[in-house]
Design a protein around this ligand. Structure first.
Ligand code: TZP
Ligand code: MG
Length: 204
């Protein structure tokens, strides 16, 4: 596996505003986050590139990759480690061609049909979900629950990370369903102590 999906932090600028995005990410990585995705639906490309560069500097030497959500141009300009795309974002083929063979590329999956149509040879991992309804993503797809997660994970030829409404107490069930890890926003971003919040996800 090219990346450790165990505890995948997706950032939210608004939730992190009080503590600061960098301070939140730094604490969360100390607490065990294995991969960071910069996600910002509102920032300009310029400010997202600058934010990505700050996070890259912060993550240097930690072994934790930085992935950009949706925006291929931001991933290219910031020389991030990869890109995560949704079903209606940049095509995976275009992303792979632009970012090269070493980049980590992930795709969101909600249904078996999407999984069967996924260009698995061009992908490093898939995100499966949302497991539960969540206020962290507007207009999210139908929640799949642990049963749906197990169905998708068992049919999935790639490493997978579950997402959507997940808290530390769900870690055991997520792994039992066959996903390689958990991706979270609100269980870490905006928490009073992001270090402890990340630590709480450690496998028993
Ligand atoms: N994609 C599917 S659900 C989701 C995304 C980005 C939001 C997850 O946020 P939270 O706070 O962990 O439910
Ligand atoms: Mg998207």
């Amino acid at each position: 596996m090219r990346c450790d999906l165990s505890l995948y932090l997706v950032t939210d600028a608004a939730l992190c505003a009080k503590a600061g995005l960098e301070a939140t990410v730094e604490a969360a990585v100390k607490g065990g986050v294995t991969l960071v995705q910069l996600r910002d639906k509102h920032a300009s490309d310029e400010s997202m590139i600058a934010q990505a560069q700050r996070l890259k500097a912060l993550l240097a030497g930690t072994g934790v990759p930085l992935i950009i959500n949706d925006r291929l141009n931001v991933a290219v300009a910031s020389q991030a480690d990869g890109l995560h795309v949704g079903q209606s974002d940049t095509a995976v083929l275009e992303a792979r061609q632009a970012l090269g063979p070493q980049a980590i590329i992930g795709l969101s999956i909600n249904t078996l049909e999407q999984l069967h149509n996924a260009p698995v040879a061009l992908l490093d991992y898939v995100g499966l979900g949302p497991v539960f309804a969540t206020v962290s993503k507007q207009d999210h797809a139908q929640p799949i629950g642990f049963d749906g997660l197990a169905t998708l994970a068992s049919a999935c030829p790639l490493p997978s990370v579950a997402i959507g409404g997940l808290k530390a107490q769900h870690a055991t069930q997520v792994r039992a369903a066959g996903a390689n890890g958990l991706a979270v926003i609100s269980a870490i971003c905006g928490q009073p102590d992001p270090y402890q919040a990340a630590l709480a996800f450690r496998a028993p």
